[in-house]
Design a protein around this ligand. Structure first.
Ligand SMILES: *Cc1c(COP(=O)(O)O)cnc(C)c1O
Length: 420
C-alpha cells in the first residue's frame, strides 16, 4: 500500500486510515453483519478498475475499452454460480448491485408494480429495512405487510405467515433476516407463495457464507429470486448480488441497469470474483463451521452466566442477548462495551418493551472474530470480558482494564499482519 505518499499528500485521511487499521487490530468486532476481507480483496477494490465506465453487461457494453473488466465480471458470475453449485443453464447471476439494498430494489423493480402488496419480516423482529419498512423505499413504493416471530418460541411461525399471506394476498413474499439466529426453513415459504400466487424472494444477505459452505439449507430450489450482500458471512468486498432462475434473467438485468443503477463498480466486481475464489476453497467450509461453533459456545456461556438468549440459542453466526435480567438496556450495553474495546450493536428483542433507539438487547456475531482466528476458548474469553464489563458498567477503571485485556487478546490474533 502506498500509504506513505498518501500520508504526505493528505495526512488527515492517511491518519484516519491508520487509526481505522488500529481499531480493527486492537478491538473486538462482534457486529454480526461485518467481517474482515483478505488483503487480496482489498487490493482489488483499490485497483485500476475503479476508473472504468462499463454500463451494460459483458460483451454488450455502452462504452469501449471493456475487454478486461469483462473478464472480471464473467469470472465473478461463473464463480458465484459454482460457489452455490448452480447449473448455469438454469440459473443466472447478476453481480452488479452496489449493495444488498440495491439488490433488493432491483429484484422488486423487476417483478412488482408500484403499490403491489409485499409480505416480509418485521424489522422489530429481526427483518431488514428493505423488506417493507414504512420509511424505506420498499414500504413507500409498495404496500408492505409484516410477519413476526412467535411470542413463546421467538422463532418463525409458518402457520401465521400462511394466514397473513392468505389475508393480504401479496405479490411477493420475502424470506430472510438481519437478526434471526435460527435456521430459516425455505420450503414452507415456497408452499405459501404458491398457494397465494406470490413470487418468493429469499434474501440470504446474512447467511450466504453459511449456505455456500452447506452449513445452512440452500434457498435456490425454492426462490424465484435470491439476493445477498457479499460482505457479511461471505467475507467479500461491500456489495450485492442477485441469483435468479433463468426465466427472470432479462428482467433482473434490466432492473439493475438501466432500472436503478448506472455504471457498475468494476473494482468491486473484480474483488467479488476474488472473494468467490476464496470461498470456493475448502478452508472456507472449515471457517463457516467454526463461525457457528463459536456462536454456539458464546450463547451457552451467556446462558450459564444468567443472560437470556433469544429463542434459547443459535443455529448460525449470531445471537440476540436479552439484557433485562441484568437490569441493562441495549443502548447502555453498547456504550459501555465500546469503552471496553468491544464493538457490537444494540438490538430489539422480539416484542421489545423499549424503543428502537434504546432496546432491551444486543446482537452478537462471530464472523469477524472467527476470521481473526478465534476458536471456542477465545469465544468463551470474549463472553467473560463482556460479562465483566456489563457487571462493572459504571466503573471507568475496570472498563479501562478490560480494554487492555481486549487489546492483549487481539494482539495474539492479528487481522492484517501484512499491513504492519
Ligand atoms: C445487510 C442486509 C441488507 C442490505 O445490505 P446493504 O449492503 O447494507 O445495503 C439487505 N438484506 C438483509 C437481510 C441484510 O441483512
Amino acid at each position: 500500500m502506498k500509504i506513505i505518499s498518501l500520508a504526505q499528500y493528505d495526512p488527515a485521511i492517511a491518519q484516519a486510515l491508520n487509526n481505522e487499521l488500529g481499531r480493527i487490530e486492537y478491538t473486538l468486532d462482534l457486529i454480526a453483519s461485518e467481517n474482515y476481507t483478505s488483503v487480496h480483496v482489498m487490493q482489488t477494490t483499490g485497483s485500476v478498475m475503479t476508473n472504468k465506465y462499463a454500463e451494460g453487461y459483458p460483451n454488450r457494453r455502452y462504452y469501449g475499452g471493456c475487454e478486461f473488466v469483462d473478464t472480471a465480471e464473467i469470472l465473478a458470475q461463473e464463480r458465484l454460480l459454482k460457489l452455490f453449485k448452480l447449473d448455469p443453464e438454469r440459473y443466472h447471476a447478476n453481480v452488479q448491485p452496489h449493495s444488498g439494498a440495491q439488490a433488493n430494489m432491483a429484484a422488486y423493480f423487476a417483478i412488482l408494480q408500484p403499490g403491489d402488496a409485499i409480505l416480509g419480516m418485521d424489522l422489530a423482529a429481526g427483518g431488514h429495512l428493505t423488506h417493507g419498512y414504512k420509511i424505506n423505499y420498499s414500504g413507500v413504493f409498495y404496500k408492505p405487510f409484516n410477519y413476526t416471530v412467535d411470542k413463546n418460541t421467538e422463532c418463525l411461525d409458518y402457520g401465521k405467515i400462511r394466514e397473513l399471506a392468505q389475508e393480504h394476498k401479496p405479490k411477493l413474499i420475502i424470506a430472510g433476516a438481519s437478526a434471526y439466529s435460527r435456521i430459516i426453513d425455505f420450503k414452507p415459504f415456497k408452499k405459501i407463495a404458491d398457494e397465494v400466487g406470490a413470487k418468493l424472494l429469499i434474501d440470504m444477505a446474512h447467511i450466504a457464507g453459511l449456505i455456500a459452505a452447506e452449513q445452512h439449507p440452500a434457498p435456490f430450489e425454492y426462490a424465484d429470486i435470491v439476493t445477498s450482500t457479499t460482505h457479511k458471512t461471505l467475507r467479500g468486498p461491500r456489495g450485492g448480488i442477485i441469483i435468479c432462475k433463468k426465466e427472470y434473467a432479462a428482467a433482473i438485468d434490466k432492473a439493475v441497469m438501466p432500472g436503478i443503477q448506472g455504471g457498475p463498480l468494476m473494482h468491486h466486481i473484480a474483488a467479488k470474483a476474488v472473494a468467490f475464489k476464496e470461498a470456493l476453497d475448502d478452508s472456507f467450509v472449515a471457517y463457516q463451521k467454526q463461525v457457528i461453533q463459536n456462536a454456539q459456545t458464546m450463547a451457552n456461556a451467556f446462558a450459564t452466566k444468567g443472560y437470556r438468549v433469544v429463542s434459547g440459542g443459535t443455529d448460525n453466526h449470531l445471537m440476540i442477548i436479552d439484557l433485562r435480567s441484568k437490569g441493562l438496556t441495549g443502548k447502555v450495553a453498547e456504550t459501555v462495551l465500546m469503552q471496553a474495546g468491544i464493538t457490537l450493536n444494540k438490538n430489539c428483542i422480539p416484542f421489545d418493551p423499549e424503543k428502537p433507539m434504546i432496546t432491551s438487547g444486543i446482537r452478537i456475531g462471530t464472523p469477524a472474530i472467527t476470521t481473526r482466528g478465534f476458536k471456542e476458548q477465545e469465544a468463551k474469553e470474549v463472553v467473560d470480558l463482556i460479562d465483566k464489563a456489563l457487571s462493572n458498567y459504571e466503573n471507568q477503571t475496570e472498563l479501562e482494564a478490560i480494554s487492555i485485556a481486549v487489546k492483549d487478546l487481539c494482539t495474539k490474533f492479528p487481522v492484517y499482519p501484512e499491513l504492519k
